[in-house]
Design a protein around this ligand. Structure first.
Ligand code: ZN
Length: 274
């Protein structure tokens, strides 16, 4: 815990140093205003709310809150049956830090002291537990999209579908909530950059995809949104498997136009302003 505090303090100091240098540059051209900036930066208080303003370094309370939400999401994956044991993983971005589930630790044993975080290049900046082996997939999403949260599971129906088709047939309009028909990323060994590349291609224009013979990946603005998309994806896969397993009958599929219309309506679905 002390070690982590020191690390965070060091990161904050670095952030302040960068801002101070920036402010000094401004002073050279704008004299009085620049001097005021330096004054302000030197007086940065330690109150939690103020820390996040410093060069992408999140404050301690912000990190603690995001970690709590991440652990709750990871536990929910297990209790909802989307993964078994320590399979699957979750990440959430706070400033320029990506909090991730650690590798091989049962989610019900994670405590507030186990905060695990990396920067966008994958260098560990918080904690001592080894980050998830699927770090390349999580970082690929955080680096290239504006998503703030990523959920990866081995949900059984979705994984079954990933072994059968290259794209989940559009049996339901909820595919629109994921940006269109859900693609299956070609197989690659877990934890590799190759898998991360395949996944990114499958995710283009989508907020979810399947990984062949492996599982699901969804992303969103929040952990709840990313998780809900996983649940919807698993449900749609179960629906298609159920409908397509009736002997002698083939499920009707939605046309691209029908799907596009649903997607349009889904954009404004829900309570305005909530
Ligand atoms: Zn996996």
């Amino acid at each position: 815990m002390k070690q982590r505090r020191r690390e965070r303090e060091r990161a904050r100091q670095q952030g302040r140093e960068q801002e101070r240098q920036g402010a000094q540059g401004a002073r050279n051209t704008q004299n009085a205003q620049g001097a005021q900036d330096v004054q302000d930066v030197q007086n940065v208080p330690d109150a939690p709310g103020d820390e996040k303003d410093v060069a992408g370094v999140p404050g301690e309370e912000e990190v603690a809150g995001a970690w709590e939400a991440l652990v709750a999401t990871a536990r929910r994956m297990v209790s909802d049956g989307l993964v078994v044991g320590t399979s699957g993983n979750v990440s959430v971005r706070v400033g320029d830090v990506v909090l991730v589930t650690p590798s091989g630790v049962p989610y019900d044993r994670l405590t507030p002291d186990d905060v695990t975080g990396v920067d966008l290049e994958g260098r560990q900046v918080l904690g001592t537990l080894v980050p998830t082996s699927e770090l390349p997939m999580h970082l690929a999403v955080h680096r290239t999209t504006d998503a703030r949260a990523v959920v990866h599971t081995h949900a059984v129906h979705a994984t079954a579908v990933s072994t059968l088709v290259a794209e989940l047939p559009p049996v339901h309009y909820m595919a629109g909530a994921l940006g269109g028909p859900v693609r299956v990323a070609p197989y690659a060994t877990y934890g590799t950059e190759e898998l991360a590349r395949n996944m990114l291609r499958a995710l283009e224009g989508r907020t979810g995809c399947l990984l062949q013979n492996h599982g699901t990946v969804t992303c969103g603005a929040t952990l709840d949104q990313a998780y809900d998309r996983t649940a919807q994806l698993e449900w749609m896969c179960r629906l298609w498997l159920t409908a397509s397993s009736v002997p002698g009958l083939t499920p009707a599929l939605l046309t691209p136009e029908q799907l596009a219309q649903a997607e349009e309506r889904l954009r404004t679905y829900g309570q305005p302003g909530r």
